[in-house]
Design a protein around this ligand. Sequence first.
Ligand code: GRF
Length: 274
Amino acid sequence: MTAEANKLTIAVLLSGSGTNLQAMIDRVEAGTLQAKIALVMSNNPEAYGLVRARNHGIPTAVVDYRRYGKKQLLRVPESPLPEDFADLVKRQRLYRGLPPAEVEDRLARLILAEREFIRLLEPLGVDLVCLAGFMRLLSPYFISHLQRDGKYRIMNIHPALVPAFPGEHGYADTFSYGCKIGGITVHFVDEGEDTGPVIAQAIYPIWPEDSLESVQRRGLQIEYALYSKCIQWFAAGHLQVTTGSGNRLVVKILDPDYPNFLETLIRQAFGRSA
Ligand code: GRF
């Protein structure tokens, strides 16, 4: 087998500027992340992350979710739902408190859009899907399809220390709460929103003179290093998922260099020049 064939094959899902994608690309090109980025996909045709991918010769694809809006759905030529749709409705944790018909409608439209992503992924033999600023929820259909062998195959980076501040505005929520420490979490994706097993976390200080922008800049520097490291650990078989107390799944990092890596990362973030 060639070295190329041994590499972890990943796909990245994003919706925006793609600076995390850029950090991955830079590390792949520098040889510090042994992975091949086979495809970058977006729900947003305008996402700058797509341009970043193309600039490095990485294939891109867009599934425009607007095609699956309430009115447009009727015009989608082929739209049968999966056979286990009723079960997926029961399992979903995305749309709480809505009337059952509304839940079914939203889930159906989400699944039809996601099926396009799955079709694109299928021939590529992707080992891992990395969410990098992907601003759409993932349904149990997509998640269980990707993880059908029982192994976690979707990672996400969230700009807060979960379980605090899940959702779309991790930096703003941390900052406006008056936190003195902010954090970044990389986790596997399960069927909830930012609830999957935590892989790694790192923290940074929030100083009195900080603004939301300066906090975000500091946090992003951590994101870039931490996300690629987690992917590299996954590739190297350094992530072990075990059952912790209370039956929660817990990830153990087996890399002996992990404490040094984390200490260096956090020290840098506490440097006033960060
Ligand atoms: C990052 O802050 C990431 O943690 C969050 O979305 C943002 C994406 O930024 N999930 P970018 O598109 O990678 O620049």
